[in-house]
Design a protein around this ligand. Structure first.
Ligand code: HEC
Length: 192
């Protein structure tokens, strides 16, 4: 009885090993490749070619590096306050749609984005007194140009586009500005 049970177990164990060996016996380096690709890519198909696994990532990296800054995409940084509609939030964030600060002398919005803004401001006959953070350290000249150009041509706005060179020259001219502007500092520039 006891002996027979041991024999059965041994046979079972041997059988299991044989099955395992048979399964591993067919393995070659290509199967190992597939296994590692599958581990990195949960949705990959069974016969995934390792060449294909590399191409998509490389294409994204190359495309991302070559692309010019997209003003509409970058505007999401501003939309948190000024809203995707450009209408702002009454009592808190002024509108960009139809704003005299944005649509006249481009030096004004460039200065605001570079260094921030804080204090009493009237936009489209409505008063605000809040603070905007500076973006000069976070965004390149080309990115700032793309965002402001986007804002000057959205929501019915139709002012000229601005260039990275314009941002660079304002950045150089205002480099001693280490705190946010007071709106009163910029009021006189609007129609210059
Ligand atoms: C943290 C909220 C916030 C973010 C983010 C923000 N702003 Fe502002 N912005 C304000 C506030 C508040 C004012 C008014 C400041 C005051 O009351 O003196 C303002 C004023 C302005 C003005 C002048 C007034 C007007 O409405 O035209 C412009 C132009 C402007 N922001 C553009 C931008 C751009 C471009 C970005 C994105 C790069 C941006 N803002 C991101 C809060 C923000």
């Amino acid at each position: 009885m006891t002996t027979r049970r041991i024999t059965t177990l041994a046979a079972l164990a041997a059988c299991t090993s044989l099955v395992a060996l048979a399964a591993c016996g067919g393995a070659d380096s290509r199967d190992t490749d597939r296994t590692s690709v599958a581990a990195n890519q949960p949705t990959s198909v069974m016969y995934f070619d390792s060449t294909q696994a590399v191409i998509p990532g490389a294409a994204v990296a190359a495309g991302g590096a070559a692309a010019a800054p997209n003003g509409a995409e970058l505007f999401t940084r501003c939309a948190a306050c000024h809203q995707a509609t450009g209408l702002g939030v009454p009592g808190a964030y002024p509108p960009l749609a139809g704003s005299e600060w944005l649509l006249n002398n481009p030096d004004v919005p460039i200065r605001i984005v570079l260094h921030g803004l804080q204090g009493d401001i009237t936009v489209k006959n409505t008063k605000f007194n809040n603070a905007m953070t500076p973006f000069g350290d976070q965004l390149s000249d080309a990115e700032i140009a793309a965002i402001i150009s986007y804002e000057r041509s959205s929501w019915g706005n139709s002012a000229s586009k601005i260039t990275a060179e314009q941002v660079a020259s304002v950045r150089a001219a205002t480099k001693s500005q280490t705190t946010p502007w007071n709106p009163a500092d910029l009021q006189g520039l609007i129609h210059k």
